[in-house]
Every structure is written in C-alpha cells, then in structure tokens.
Write a protein that binds this ligand. Structure first.
Ligand SMILES: NC(=O)c1ccc[n+]([C@@H]2O[C@H](COP(=O)([O-])OP(=O)(O)OC[C@H]3O[C@@H](n4cnc5c(N)ncnc54)[C@H](O)[C@@H]3O)[C@@H](O)[C@H]2O)c1
Ligand SMILES: [Fe+2]
Length: 350
C-alpha cells in the first residue's frame, strides 16, 4: 500500500509567517489567491511576487489559463497558493500545465484538505461538469496549516467546509480503497469534527476549535487522498457544476441520504463511524446525528439551495446521475449504485 503526502507540513498558529524561509532561493514567485483574500490584508508579503487573484469559487479552465499566462510571462520558479480549495486547486492546475516548480499551499478554510491531496477539481464550463483529476504530481510540496487564517470564516462557510471535512473522513473510512494508513487519518478527522465542528461554528474565535478543525481538514485530505472519496462527492460535483452550490454545502445536503443508501453495503464499517461519533451503532442513530448536525449548523435543504426550481432539478437528474457515475467516485462506495439508484437519492435529498 502506498501513502503520499506533502514533503513538509508546518502546523500551528502563526506558521504562515514562516513562508518567507521557504522561498529564499526563489527569484520569481506566483501567489494564487482570490479577490476576498487579496483585500483581506492577510496575503503574504514577499519580494519578487506576482499576484494572480482572479480565481473564482469552483475554479474554471479559464482561471487556470489566465494564471498560467502570468507564470509564463514572469518565468515563475515557485508557486504559492493562499486560500480555500479553489485557489489551491487552481494553483495545482497552473503548475501541472507549467512545469514542476515547488508548490507551497496555505489553506484559509478548514476545509477541503486539498493542501495534502494529489487531487484537483476544475470546472469545465462548456461540458457543465466539475472534473476531478488525480495524479501524484499534483501533491503540494509544502503545506502550512495556520488556523488563525480560518478564524475569519463566517458561520455558513464554517458549516459548509466543516461538513465537507467530515464527509472526507467518513468516505475515506468506508471507501473500498481504504487501507491501514488512510484509516488512521480518517479516524482522527472524524473524531475532531465530532469534538470541534459545532464549537468552531458557535464561536469563530474559539482558537482551540479552529485549530482542531484545521487539523481535521488536513487529516481528511491525507485520508481521502490516499483512500478515496465516494458516492457523496460523486453526486455533489454535478450540483456544484449545474446549480453553483458551494462544494461543502452540496456534500452536506447529500450526506444523510447517501448514508441511508450505503449503510447496508458495509454495516460494520458504518457502525464504527457511529462509534467514533459517540453514538450507538445503528443506521437510525447515524442518520439522526447527521441530520441534527446539519440542523444545528443551519445548513439549508437541497431545495433551498436550488431556489426551489424543482422542474429544472428534475430535468437535470438524468445528466447529474450519469456525470456522478462517470466521475468514478461511486465505484469506491461500499454499495455501488446504478444510475436509477443515484437518481432516486437525488430525489430523496430534495
Ligand atoms: N483538491 C481537493 O482535494 C479538493 C477536495 C475538496 C474540495 N475541493 C474543491 O475546493 C473548492 C472549494 O474550496 P473551499 O470550500 O475551501 O472554498 P473556496 O476556496 O471556494 O472559498 C469559498 C469562499 O470563501 C472565502 N474565504 C476563503 N477563506 C476565507 C476566510 N478565512 N475567511 C472568510 N472567507 C474566506 C473565499 O474568498 C470564497 O469567497 C471546490 O472547487 C471543491 O471542488 C478540492
Ligand atoms: Fe470535499
């Protein structure tokens, strides 16, 4: 079994200031970020840096092309990603298309775990899909996990990225591709989400909770990057591509119904998840936990996310189900669904 991770991981409050020590040899640096973070005043101040801040949430191929042009024009020799999963994935794609220069990532959400995965998700607007690519060369070289950055996240963002993190832990743990080392990270991820997600949401200045969720996100990335995600992520990407629902939110609204469907595929494993969440090992208690977590974090229902456009949703279900299957993620699920079963889960989640 193989386990991949960044070469170096720094963690702890204030570690973002150590970035400067890793770029001393660099003569031309590309910082990939977004407009909010550019304006936040948090951006690392580096000499020789060129800033590309036009990354949109769910980065597109056009974003990658624009960032690549800046890399080429300035003979970039190091790329720094500063932001949530969107700037990180865009930076991965830019490096992939450019050349193998060092990639340093500083996540500001907690989060996608993209700082520690060989995975990127780029939206192909013409095909209406979010395309996931997995390649060892996509792994960042250095990840700097500084929870102070995530303390500015408002409640809805904390909820979305937090349930995304929990989903990474659960999916990596039940995936058919799980193995001994990915399991360790999945377990820690689930336990930390159980202990600290609600607290981080209730009080964004609770730094113990923020720190724990930043680590949960990292562990989640290490877990699913080496195991895999599964049906929740397979079904959530089409919702992102077609309804522009933020990644974590689209996972959160699907997680209970997908768990209901998948449970019989590996009861032992899901019961173990329940135990990690401090509840009795039954499907009913697992569903109740996930539903009340969404309710406590004020996660809206799928129909609210789609502005109640039920007709459009119904029309798109066949495409979404096919795109979900084609992504490959459902094949890792403990219970492998047919197209019509995926369609039924979308309807049940509505
Ligand atoms: N590569 C992977 O392994 C992987 C895994 C999961 C998700 N993803 C992808 O990551 C993307 C989602 O990333 P995300 O959920 O981190 O969000 P994001 O990067 O899209 O950011 C969402 C919003 O939050 C803002 N934001 C970021 N940090 C903030 C902070 N500290 N305080 C306040 N606002 C802040 C951003 O400016 C943006 O407006 C999706 O495209 C998803 O497909 C990738
Ligand atoms: Fe995710």
């Amino acid at each position: 079994m193989r386990f991949d991770s960044p070469r170096t991981i720094l963690h702890g409050q204030g570690t973002r200031h150590e970035l400067v020590n890793f770029v001393k040899q660099s003569s031309s640096i590309l910082i990939v970020t977004d407009h909010y973070l550019l304006k936040s005043g948090q951006l690392p101040q580096l000499p020789n840096a060129h800033i590309f801040a036009n990354v949109q949430p769910d980065p597109t191929e056009a974003n990658v092309t624009a960032g690549l042009a800046i890399a080429n024009e300035n003979a970039i020799d190091t790329i720094v990603a500063f932001g949530g999963g969107s700037p990180i994935d865009c930076a991965k794609a830019i490096r992939h298309a450019y050349k193998p220069v060092p990639l340093i990532v500083i996540p500001t959400t907690a989060g996608t775990g993209s700082e520690a995965t060989p995975v990127m998700v780029i939206t192909d607007e013409s095909a209406g899909i979010k395309r996931m690519t997995r390649d060892t060369s996509l792994m960042p070289d250095i990840a700097i996990i500084d929870a102070e950055l995530s303390s500015t996240m408002p409640r809805p963002l904390t909820a979305h990225v937090g349930v995304d993190t929990l989903t990474h832990g659960i999916e990596a743990f039940v995936s058919k591709k799980r193995h001994t080392l990915s399991n360790l990270h999945a377990i820690t991820c689930i336990e930390r989400c159980h202990q600290h997600l609600r607290l981080a949401w209730q009080d964004g200045t609770n730094m113990a909770a923020r720190e724990s969720m930043a680590l949960a996100a990292l562990h989640g990335g290490l877990a699913f990057g080496n195991s895999s995600v599964a049906l929740v992520h397979g079904m959530s990407r089409p919702l992102g591509a077609l309804f522009h629902i933020p990644h974590g939110l689209s996972n959160a609204v699907l997680l209970p119904e997908v768990t209901r469907f998948s449970y019989v595929g590996d009861e032992t494993r899901y019961n173990e998840v329940a135990r990690l969440l401090g509840i009795s090992p039954t499907l009913e208690s697992l569903l109740e936990y996930l539903q009340s977590l969404n309710a406590d974090l004020e996660v809206p229902r799928l129909r609210d996310c789609c502005q109640h456009k039920q007709e459009r949703f119904e029309q798109l279900i066949p495409k979404m189900a096919l795109d979900a299957l084609a992504s490959g993620s459902p094949a890792n699920n403990p219970r492998i669904p047919t197209v019509s079963e995926i369609e039924a889960i979308y309807r049940a989640a509505w």
